[in-house]
Ligand binder design. Structure first.
Ligand SMILES: Cc1cc2nc3c(=O)[nH]c(=O)nc-3n(C[C@H](O)[C@H](O)[C@H](O)COP(=O)(O)OP(=O)(O)OC[C@H]3O[C@@H](n4cnc5c(N)ncnc54)[C@H](O)[C@@H]3O)c2cc1C
Length: 506
């Protein structure tokens, strides 16, 4: 093979493939203008020297969900939502839902919400196709990305497959081979990000995405070693597997048995790329859906965009989906937030070890963005925030967090003023049977950054990003014990993305 110049595929090779960041999503294959990239065993392979046809082409790197490029545009797609949470991103509503179709629910471990929504969308011509991941016939656990043109084809792909699927390649097939223009796609967070980047890049296959449904994802596994392990340890043949899912343990169902595999036994088979991912809930999706375990056949649904919300409520009105708010299930909300925070922390740590920058690196541009440079703390802080008493119990705090969808509160000590801040992470560490008697004041973090309202954002920005502080408290300069408001990393991000002072929720 000829030597490849530095501005082309070698970008993808050096920055993504050699670092083990590729998740086999298929975005590079779908967008390569020379058709030089082909996925084999969930990795792109260069078929021939692409520079013969196009020199200085870096599309494959730019649209890769694991590159730092185009991320702002991806956030912009969802950032009009009124709410924002440090762990799960922008959203409009969080619900618990089930398909109204009992038969469908019996075929999957979740609420069959994804399958019902896609089927409804196709039957009612809201979509002209849906990208799903079927089971391979001889090896049912292996996902086979495909273009579903009928609701029967959507239903036949029901259930989660825990190995990589080249979903974005199938999206390109829908557009280029089938000529589809209203394509719905279901995928894990990297699929969703790849698809958003295709839109941001204005690629020739963009403009046909009618709905992006993201699945919560703790990662995929490397298929061959995991299958060998299941065969050796549990005597399960790949062809026998009917379904796999997480329910406390990792459950493998065959015709004859239901095997509970301790999660720690399969950790070693996690794909390397997934260790760097910090997105649990598919934050760039129109609608994100995850497991509502331990509630039977229930899914958690996060509505993020207007089109996602409108579509979901239409399906509810037509009796396709039954849904209710998550507020009554404080524990489930807590579980989702904790899983998302854990994935954020792990992904961030691994990325930093690799020498990469995470999360807030985008906002470093704020320093150079002249029109924003004059904005002050008081302009973007959320004022009049709920303050929790240091004498409230941890149980009361968790209930409040679930009701208000917030994950951090300033803590006030009676007669003394602001004491510190308490987060869901701290509250969740308290043993469940001690939460009724443990006072918030005993777990609050007292070593927090306090800023004054008149300070320019650019001045505090560096400290926030370098120390990776999730939030700072705005103190009343006339009263050292008084709290005026709060600013989170998300507030700064929102300012940066929208150029407005829209307030966020924590
Ligand atoms: C790899 C992976 C890891 C997950 N990890 C978690 C987790 O840690 N916590 C959590 O709450 N939820 C997780 N989920 C999501 C969860 O398993 C369910 O998919 C989700 O709750 C939707 O349930 P449902 O019954 O509504 O979906 P269903 O109606 O059963 O539809 C599922 C849809 O997902 C598609 N699909 C299946 N596998 C893949 C795949 N590998 N790539 C792309 N599309 C696929 C299918 O084609 C189908 O259309 C994960 C899913 C996957 C695929």
């Amino acid at each position: 093979m000829a030597t490849i110049s530095s501005f082309n595929y070698s970008h993808l090779e050096k920055k993504i493939l050699e670092k083990g960041l590729c998740s086999g999503c298929g975005t590079c294959e779908a967008t390569c203008p020379t058709g030089a990239l082909r996925l084999k065993e969930s990795k792109p392979h260069l078929q021939y020297d692409c520079t013969q046809f196009r020199d200085s082409c870096t599309i494959c790197h730019e649209v890769c969900p694991h590159s730092e490029m185009l991320l702002l545009d991806c956030i912009e797609a969802v950032s009009q939502a009124p709410e924002c949470n440090e762990a799960i991103g922008y959203f409009r509503k969080i619900l618990l839902a089930q398909s109204a179709d009992t038969k469908m629910r019996q075929q999957t471990a979740g609420g069959a919400v994804v399958t019902s929504l896609l089927s409804y969308g196709i039957d009612n011509k809201i979509f002209d196709s849906a990208i799903v991941s079927q089971s391979e016939q001889k090896d049912p656990a292996r996902p086979q990305p495909s273009v579903a043109l009928t609701s029967e084809e959507v239903v036949s792909a029901i259930g989660s497959k825990f190995f990589p699927s080249a979903t974005v390649s199938a999206y390109s097939d829908a557009v280029l081979r089938y000529g589809k223009t209203k394509v719905a796609v279901v995928g894990v967070p990297c699929h969703v990000l790849g698809l958003r980047k295709i839109e941001a890049w204005h690629h020739k296959i963009s403009g046909r995405q009618a709905m992006l449904i993201g699945l919560f994802c703790s990662g995929t596994f490397t298929q061959e070693p995991m299958m060998e392990f299941l065969k050796e340890t549990y005597n399960v043949e790949p062809s026998e597997i009917k379904q796999m899912y997480f329910a406390g343990q990792f459950i493998v169902e065959t015709e004859k048995a239901r095997i509970e595999v301790p999660v720690k036994e399969i950790k070693a088979f996690s794909r390397t790329s997934c260790k760097y991912c910090a997105d649990f809930t598919a934050e760039a999706a129109d609608i994100s859906i995850g497991s509502g375990h331990p509630l039977p056949n229930t899914s958690i649904v996060i509505l993020r965009t207007k089109r996602g919300e409108d579509f979901f409520y239409e399906a509810m009105e037509k009796g396709i989906i039954n849904a209710r708010g998550i507020k009554q299930e404080a524990k489930l909300f807590e579980h989702m937030i904790m899983a998302a925070l854990r994935k954020r922390a792990k992904g961030a740590t691994e990325t930093i070890k690799q020498g990469g920058t995470v999360r807030f690196s985008l906002a470093s541009m704020l320093m150079e963005t002249h029109p924003l440079a004059s904005i002050k703390v008081e302009d973007i802080m959320t004022p009049n925030i709920t303050v929790i008493s240091s004498e409230a119990t941890v149980s009361q705090l968790l209930e409040l967090m679930a009701t208000e969808n917030r994950i951090a509160y300033p803590v006030e000590e009676k007669g003394k003023g602001f004491l510190g801040i308490v987060t869901m992470e701290q509250a969740s560490k308290v043993d469940k049977d001690k939460r009724n008697e443990t006072l918030v004041g005993t777990i609050a973090n007292r070593a927090l950054k306090v800023v004054f309202p008149g300070k320019r954002i650019v001045e505090i920005f560096n400290e926030i990003s370098q120390q990776d502080l999730p939030q700072v408290i705005v103190q009343n300069p006339q009263n050292p014990k008084g709290t005026l408001g709060i600013i989170t990393q998300k507030d700064l991000m929102q300012l940066f993305v929208n150029g407005t002072n829209k307030k966020s929720n924590r």
